[in-house]
Design a binder for this molecule. Structure first.
Ligand code: G4P
Length: 527
């Protein structure tokens, strides 16, 4: 029991989110370097080489330079066992990010100091705020020209609706970057470029230290004294409770590439971020320290390894301990089973593991039985974790296969990709599967669908964009769905559980349908 408590208390599980190119990969690699999980850094060399080696999987990511799947990495540092969940850096994958955040206890938001909150990632960051978990901000690339730090904080507060608390304060930027003032320690830490090395030799000085001018220059010293006075006077007190409730984001300035400010950030972050949090299920909250094993599936990923054609279900352990050969209950399937080849990502390698604890993420081979949101638990404790909400698709396309002989592969491919939660598929009543309507949250998902069908299933498709924007499930209808009075712009479709739905081009048409069909009840989510 003591070991269980000890192991779980050491766990810190968080997601990293950022706009593409803000420096998430670089920061992650520097973390791994501190954890001793990879040899020397300097491994982030170029887009085509090491850049994608650690946390990105799919070929399309390399081609596009974007991350479209989330991966998980585990390493140890300072007595902690750290699980990092990577998320796709594009708003079109905000649903995927949301699901990943369901498995995290906190989030690190990486922002490019020259850009601030970027248009493309606004939605992603908002999704982060929606989860009400602690959010830590790392403002990166201070070794380059950066925007005014006050302005950056104001933007984060305004855009995301959370307060900020600068943990350190930058002095200069770009060629004139002098370092950061650590507010907790009351020390100026001068900048030394240090790419590739673990130890950062820093010189420190207090604000009232007469040597400060010599360290960073008299002008900068003067400005810093003013800034410190202003910050201490103007900004709110540091409030840990507000941080843990996701209302206040501690902000750190640094430079991941030159390894400046990364270790202090990691240390402070680990001190402030919570150990595994209790999760809500149908019986109330589940204490992570309870000995009974429980977990939920938050991600399913097919064909991660082209040579193996595998499908892996990722689950977050919510309580107790998992052991390799233990019997578990898959609640939704109502089946007792043993999980096949449980794995964890350790830096660059996938490793088969013997045990894992609450807070950890494990990936298991999925023969096609798991769905996102499913609960897995000890057979003696049948519980059901709250489901993971599905975002309503906003873009629709008709998808046709070009080679009719490949019908089977087409059906298999679209169904599997739909099971992973990346797309939703519908068909017109009476029509077969040669042609489906696909709904997605972001249009980039269409490209991924096309690419994956071709590369993983050998199927070429044609996409025809449709002008529908709203999807509603029919909950109650006075007549057969096909006989409903609807405008010519509205379409009746079925999902693959044979539920009927309506596709609308605008809200006017939704109201029209409700007006003309007494007794019609529509829902935004399927039950
Ligand atoms: P991402 O995962 O968020 O997409 O970003 P990634 O870490 O890959 O970083 C994107 C680029 O920014 C990389 O350059 C990386 O070296 C650079 N970078 C990351 N952190 C810093 C930093 O603190 N300072 C500076 N100056 N650069 C940083 P790259 O892959 O070589 O691309 P490119 O610069 O050749 O376009």
């Amino acid at each position: 029991m003591a070991k269980l408590t000890d192991e779980i208390s050491k766990r810190r599980t968080f997601a990293i989110i950022s706009h593409p190119d803000a420096g998430k990969t670089t920061l992650t690699e520097k973390f791994l370097l501190y954890g001793g999980a990879i040899a020397l850094a300097g491994s982030v060399k170029g887009k085509k080489t090491a850049r994608h080696a650690v946390s990105d999987w799919m070929e399309i990511e390399k081609q596009r330079g974007i991350s479209v799947t989330s991966s998980v990495l585990q390493f140890s540092y300072g007595g902690y066992c750290i699980n990092i969940l990577d998320t796709p850096g594009h708003q079109d994958f905000s649903e995927d990010t949301y699901r990943t955040l369901m498995a995290a206890d906190s989030a690190v938001m990486v922002i490019d100091a020259s850009k601030g909150v970027e248009n493309q990632t606004r939605k992603l960051f908002k999704v982060c705020v929606m989860r009400h978990i602690p959010i830590f901000t790392f403002i990166n690339k201070m070794d380059r020209e950066a925007r005014d730090p006050y302005e950056l904080l104001e933007e984060i507060e305004g855009e995301l609706g959370i307060a900020t608390y600068p943990m350190n304060w930058p002095v200069g930027c770009g060629k004139e970057f002098k370092g950061v003032y650590d507010r907790g320690a009351g020390q100026m830490i001068s900048f030394t470029a240090n790419n590739g090395q673990r130890e950062v030799a820093a010189t420190a000085a207090a604000v009232d230290d007469p040597g400060l001018g010599a360290l960073i220059g008299e002008d900068f010293a003067e400005t810093l004294r003013g800034d410190v006075e202003l910050l201490d006077g103007a900004s709110a007190e540091f409030d840990l409770e507000a941080v843990q409730a996701g209302r206040l984001s501690p902000v750190f300035f640094g430079s991941a590439l030159t390894n400046f400010g990364v270790e202090p950030f990691l240390k402070d972050f680990l001190r402030l971020t919570p150990p595994p949090l209790p999760r809500v299920c149908d019986e109330g909250e589940i204490d992570p320290f309870s000995p009974d094993f429980s977990a939920f599936v938050f991600k399913i990923q097919a064909n991660m390894n082209k040579a193996h054609r595998d499908r892996i279900a990722f689950m977050r352990i919510c309580s107790g301990k998992f052991e390799k050969s233990m019997e578990v209950l898959h609640v939704q399937g109502d089946k007792k089973m043993r999980l096949l080849q449980p794995q964890q990502m350790m830096a660059q390698e996938r490793e088969v593991i013997d045990e894992a604890y609450a807070g950890d993420i494990i990936g298991v081979f999925d023969p096609g039985i798991f769905s996102i949101g499913d609960t897995i638990c000890s057979p003696n404790r049948k519980i059901r974790f709250d489901g993971i909400p599905t975002f309503a698709p906003e873009h629709f396309a008709r998808v046709r296969q070009l080679d009719t002989l490949k019908r089977k592969q087409f059906v298999k491919g679209t169904s599997q990709i739909a099971q992973e939660g990346a797309i939703q598929i519908f068909r017109e009543p009476g029509k077969g599967m040669e042609e489906v309507i696909v709904g997605v949250v972001g249009t980039l998902q269409f490209d991924v669908l096309e690419y994956r069908l071709k590369n993983e299933y050998g199927v070429e498709i044609r996409l025809e964009m449709l002008s529908y924007q709203h999807l509603r499930w029919i909950e109650e209808t006075p007549v057969e769905p096909k006989k409903l009075k609807i405008t010519s712009d509205t379409k009746v479709v079925q999902d693959f559980k044979d539920n009927y739905l309506l596709l609308f081009t605008d809200t006017w048409n939704i109201n029209w349908a409700l007006d003309k069909n007494e007794g019609l009840r529509l829902a935004e989510f399927s039950r």
